[in-house]
Write a protein that binds this ligand. Structure first.
Ligand SMILES: [Zn+2]
Ligand SMILES: [Zn+2]
Length: 350
């Protein structure tokens, strides 16, 4: 099969033929039809995250944001058949631990992650283990490109905004960082009735944020984001979202809150923070602020999100700014180093 292979840190991916994957007995072979280029790929590609022990084994076919068609089914997989269109949540479980059995497979005791634990959607075929526990049938009305984005960034924001921060209609939500996760958070919070302020350093990203649902935008390069949010909300946001994972967005998401506000931490940090940011604990205590973390989304929560997509209330497609071939994936990763890319890029030509 054709694949874009990572052979060295920060070096261009090599597009070439590699052996097809073999079918896991409890899994499927999926023909990937679309794959998003996500900032988590950039982290792996740049050699980030080594401080949490995440050093990708190379050569590696990355890709954890994909969907496609089932080509082959293992003997112990019972819920899927050849020809099924399926979505692939990146946060996968073993299906048997106490978390999986209670529908919380995204925090499985033995998690696996396509594109890291096994070769992912930067290759045309993917062998996916534990398919019954992890794959999600894809509704006919959902296209492959938008399906791919629901494998990571869109579903991560949905779980964070809806399940974890429990955003309510009429609340002020300030989203810090307007990459794929941030734009999705803006769109989802607006769709469920919140008033959304989008913050970024790039006017092009803020324009897109307005298109997908932001009521106000703040360019943090030109103005103090926290003060601007206090002015717009007359006293602070109910919910802040750190959709990037750097010190500045983490702290702004907390500092922009009104009393009893909650900050949703979605992004993992970078090499600069190495997983640690000093927090304003006294402010958090005296204002009763909450810090809520969120990771992916379990397969069990997909029906709720997909019903909103089918009803036209959520539109993951609105975040997609380009579709590309495998050869172009490296270029998108390089753009991410300097935050040049706007919106979501999807590989749909293998
Ligand atoms: Zn991702
Ligand atoms: Zn599990």
């Amino acid at each position: 099969m054709r694949a874009a292979v990572m052979e060295a840190v920060r070096k261009p991916l090599v597009v070439k033929d590699v052996p097809d994957p073999s079918c896991p007995s409890n899994g499927v072979i999926l023909r990937s039809e679309a794959e998003g280029v996500c900032r988590s790929d950039w982290h792996a590609w740049s050699g980030d995250w080594s401080w949490i022990g995440l050093v990708p084994p190379m050569p590696l076919v990355m890709g954890h944001e994909f969907c496609g068609v089932v080509e082959e089914v293992g003997k112990e997989c019972h819920n899927f058949k050849k020809g099924d269109r399926v979505l692939v949540p990146f946060s996968q479980g073993d299906g048997v631990c106490e978390y999986c059995r209670s529908g919380q497979s995204h925090v499985c005791a033995n998690p696996s992650l396509p594109g890291f634990s096994y070769w992912g959607g930067y290759g045309h075929y993917v062998g996916i283990p534990n398919a019954d526990a992890n794959l999600v049938p894809m509704p006919e009305g959902v296209g492959f490109e938008e399906g791919a984005s629901m494998g990571c960034r869109f579903m991560t924001s949905y779980h964070g905004v809806v399940d974890r921060a429990q955003v309510r209609p009429g609340e002020w939500v300030a989203v810090h960082g307007c990459g794929g996760i941030g734009l999705s958070a803006v769109h989802i919070a607006a769709a469920i009735g919140a008033n959304v302020i989008a913050v970024d350093l790039d006017d092009a990203k803020l324009e897109l944020a307005k298109k997908v649902g932001a009521q106000h935008v703040v360019n943090g390069k030109k103005t103090d984001a926290v003060m601007a949010i206090f002015d717009l909300t007359k006293g602070g946001a109910h919910v802040g979202v750190d959709a990037l994972g750097v010190k500045a967005t983490c702290l702004n998401s907390i500092n922009c809150l009104r009393k009893q506000g909650r900050s949703l931490q979605i992004g993992l940090t970078t090499a600069a923070e190495k997983g640690e940011v000093a927090l304003p604990i006294d402010r958090m205590v005296t204002m009763e602020l909450a810090l809520i973390a969120s990771l992916g989304m379990p397969a069990s929560r997909y029906p709720s999100m997909l019903q909103m997509v089918e009803a036209g209330k959520l539109n993951p497609k609105s975040m997609i700014t380009e579709t590309i071939g495998l050869e172009r994936a490296s270029h998108v990763l390089e753009q991410m180093t300097t935050f040049q890319n706007v919106g979501v890029s999807i590989i749909n030509k293998y």
